[in-house]
Design a protein around this ligand. Structure first.
Ligand code: PHE
Length: 523
């Protein structure tokens, strides 16, 4: 056994393989760098290093596919074992005929019409996720805009206008107007004299007038940024902005501010993207380059070391068993799945794997006439609602087509767990009722619901590694799994601080690939 790897060793090893940019990436992966540095691309080693070496990769999700692709390029002989009949893992697009299996409720067969789909897992790509976007370019995966925020989407909160649906544009602009007015008043009253010179004060007041759309006397009296009460038509007919919602109401519930800044986050802000036709375009494009390497319908039953390398046992769908011996293994199974597997892993690595907890998330999707576009002028974006359904998420594809798929529920943590405890019928009726709160009278048009409760999806057993403070694995657990067990190393979303994103799976996969190269060079 090698000694446990320190953070410094990790960075040093990474930089030997990948140069300075590699060191930077390693530091980033460790959370030592606050902002994403320049993406250096996958480890480049030419096509000879891996010649004569065999790698078995467990899982054909994004990290497994990326590892297989990069290792094949470097001359290794690669085999990928995938339990499902498809690549992608949690990157999954559901269409008519798709079967959604869960371990706690009956299977569902999606009834959507031709051309309708929704992304049950990964659904949006931030502009800053350069490794995903680089692979899309390389693979020829066509991208379109994913609209993550719309001025026309709704806020529904019992404390805001008695729970009536309120346009996003009203909430954002009336809060800005209200804050600007208050800050102007405080400035004029001399409350900020210790902080500001007379010049600063003048400039701040000018700024707040523009920023907050303040009227005469630095008062916010509403703005057409928030939409109209009386819409403009012809000259002379006049127009009138909506009345301003008082600040008191806008700050009455903390969730309003949280939902408002959601799409300001670095990873949720414009421009977001999605592959045309569904997120699974990415895994299928990788899989097309790995036709001979991926074995589908193969369920791993054991993983352990041999004298020289690794041994993996598996069960085929038809009940027969098989085994593979290889020089190395990259295990990309979610740790929630690996925790249940019989392995010969070392005690510290087992303890490391067991230290990871997974998070719940779920979605309910509906096929429908596009009433949100035709009647409410909402094109993409998200409405937030104070029910366990949490939000309604509008499609960004095929605007103004007759039908589309509305995500009527996307929830996390406790809300997702309460959902998963209900029957499908109850989950669907709860989702429908929530959509009806956002769009009164319209939810009768929703049909063909399908639900996903990620904690209960076989071979996933969780939406992503939990990011909640109490669930973080200890530093020693992280060190143990990042070091791996001799020829066995790990990759996956759970091993990157980037979190619940494909980018995390890719960066972690590159790290594992570099580890394999390193071990090859050392032999
Ligand atoms: N990436 C997932 C999403 O955008 C999960 C996630 C949600 C990650 C919210 C961060 C914040 O839906």
């Amino acid at each position: 056994m090698t000694r446990p790897q320190s953070r410094r060793d990790f960075i040093w090893n990474f930089s030997r393989v990948m140069g300075v940019a590699g060191a930077y990436t390693a530091m980033e992966a460790l959370g030592l760098v606050a902002e994403a540095g320049p993406y250096a691309g996958p480890p480049e080693v030419g096509n000879m290093l891996g010649a004569g070496r065999r790698v078995v990769i467990l899982g054909a999700g994004i990290s497994g596919l990326v590892a297989a692709h990069e290792l094949k390029k470097a001359g290794y002989t690669v085999t990928v074992l995938e339990a499902r009949q498809r690549p992608g893992g949690r990157v999954w697009t559901v269409r008519g005929g798709s079967v959604l299996e869960h371990d706690h409720l009956p299977p569902q067969r999606c009834q959507f019409g031709a051309g309708q789909y929704f992304n049950a897992g990964a659904a949006r790509i931030p502009s800053v996720h350069t490794s995903v976007l680089d692979y899309c370019r390389y693979l020829g995966v066509k991208l379109e805009t994913h609209v993550n925020e719309s001025g026309a989407s709704k806020f529904v909160n019992a404390k805001l206008r008695n729970g009536q649906p309120i346009d996003h544009r009203r909430v954002v602009n009336d809060i800005r107007g209200g804050v600007s007015e208050l800050l102007s008043k405080a400035t004029n009253r001399g409350a900020l004299d210790a902080e500001l010179t007379a010049d600063d004060k003048t400039r701040l007041l000018d700024f707040l007038s523009v920023y907050g759309a303040l009227g005469e006397g630095k008062v916010y009296e509403g703005s057409d940024r928030s939409g109209y009460q009386l819409e403009p038509t012809v000259l002379n007919a006049g127009s009138k902005p909506r009345e301003a919602i008082p600040m008191k109401e806008l700050i009455a519930d903390g969730s309003i501010a949280r939902n408002l800044v959601f799409s300001e986050g670095l990873l949720q802000q414009a421009t977001m993207m999605q592959p045309v036709g569904g997120m699974d375009a990415i895994p299928y494009a990788f899989a097309a380059k790995l036709r001979r390497e991926i074995m589908y319908g193969v369920r791993v039953s054991y993983l352990g070391r041999t004298e020289q390398g690794v041994r993996v046992l598996y069960d085929n769908k038809d009940g027969t068993a098989g085994s593979i011996e290889a020089d190395y293994c990259i295990c990309t199974l979610p740790f929630s799945v690996l925790q249940k597997l019989d392995t010969g892993l070392s005690a510290p690595v087992k303890a490391g794997v067991n230290a990871f907890k997974y998070a719940s998330a779920g979605k309910v999707a509906w096929e429908s006439r596009r009433f949100w576009e035709n009647e409410e002028h909402i094109y993409g974006g998200i409405s937030f609602v104070d029910t366990d359904s949490n939000m309604a998420w509008y499609p960004s594809n095929d605007f103004q087509a007759r039908d589309g798929v509305l995500i009527g529920t996307y929830n996390f943590a406790d809300q997702a767990e309460r959902f998963a405890a209900m029957s499908w019928d109850k989950q669907f009726s709860t989702s429908r009722a929530s959509v009806d709160q956002i769009h009164p009278g319209k939810a009768v048009q929703l049909r063909h619901p399908v639900g996903i409760n990620w904690m209960h999806v076989p071979y996933s057993m969780g939406a992503w590694a939990s990011e909640s403070e109490n669930d973080h694995p200890s530093a020693s657990a992280v060190d143990a799994v990042l070091e791996g067990d001799g020829p066995i190393v790990f990759a996956g979303q759970h091993l990157s601080p980037i979190g619940a994103w494909m980018e995390a799976a890719i960066r972690s996969s590159h790290y594992a690939v570099a580890q394999i190269h390193d071990r090859t060079r050392a032999n």
